[in-house]
Design a protein around this ligand. Sequence first.
Ligand SMILES: [Zn+2]
Length: 383
Amino acid sequence: MINQERLKNFLIELIKIDSLSRQEYNVAMRLKRELEELGASVFIDDAGAKVGGNVGNVIGHFSGSAAGAQPLLLSAHMDTVVPGQGIVPILDGDILKTNGQTVLGGDDKSGVAIICEVLRVMKENRLPCCPVDVVFTICEEAGLIGAKCLDVNHFRARTGLVLDSDSVGFLFTKAPAANRMEFRVHGLEAHAGICPEKGINAIQVAAEGIAQMQLGRIDHETTANIGVVEGGMAVNIVPNQVILKGEARSHSSEKLARQTDHMQRCLEEAAARYVLESAGKRHAARVEAKIERDYDRMDVPDSAPIVQLVHAAAKNLHLQVQTSATGGGCDANVLNQKGLVVANLGTGMREIHTVNEWLDLKDLYLSAQMVLEIVKLNSAKVQ
Ligand SMILES: [Zn+2]
């Protein structure tokens, strides 16, 4: 019942509307119009102002025609990563890709297009439909900050799906928690040629600390990274400051805390080795750490009604869906943190966050069929 041609065309139309994080206005307006046409009352929240963007999250309420059915949340994000301006989608058989200059933006416009197509099918066939809350978020790629600004009191639904992952046939129910870290390593400035002994080289301190750190894949559920190093002014100045930015993620809260401590300790131990007496004054390198919880983990049990619903829909379509854990965080982490029960279903996007991003339309259609079946089943399930 999915209209493949219409779904494909709508996806391509959305891909052609630029929507980098904080610049989602045009696509938000297009989607507002689409949702209103489908019969939703649409509301745009104030998240845009809060995060310095040009539009907020788009929230659509479908009142529902199936008496007694439980409301369902369907969500996807509107923003795309760089390079993502002037995207030229190229259709090669069933493969949608780009000219290699930009990402495709199938992350996450595939999710957006699927949600709209499913609601259109429900409407045009006058199928009894449960109440549906649609949320198209901003700034997922900027640290899930659109979702973080969401007031979930706007939703009637307490459970649902985010459509924002690659493999069709996988339902991500577990995702790690993440800490975001910024370390400011302070040294002491001095002329590098005339009196280097009066300085403490912050870059060297940082380098020694990083060299002691366990980074990369720590174990099967924990990863860590130092991703940004900023510091130094000139080759003839002993640098007095360097800023390191990094992260750690884990499916275990304990391991996350341990890894975060470890990274901080490595730097503090390196700093402790740099103490200097100069003109009767004692100088020591030091580390200022700013550690923030980026997002909490997602851990939806297999027994959750939403997981059961997805399995039941797959069975009706003679498909297999496997619940799985991912190493990435997405809006679902935030929604779960806010007390909803939300899992992340695949849409067929591939090689995301690269200019080689592509999508097999057959996967897209399959995913849309799955979501349609999920909505139909939820609409038939009277509590
Ligand atoms: Zn995404």
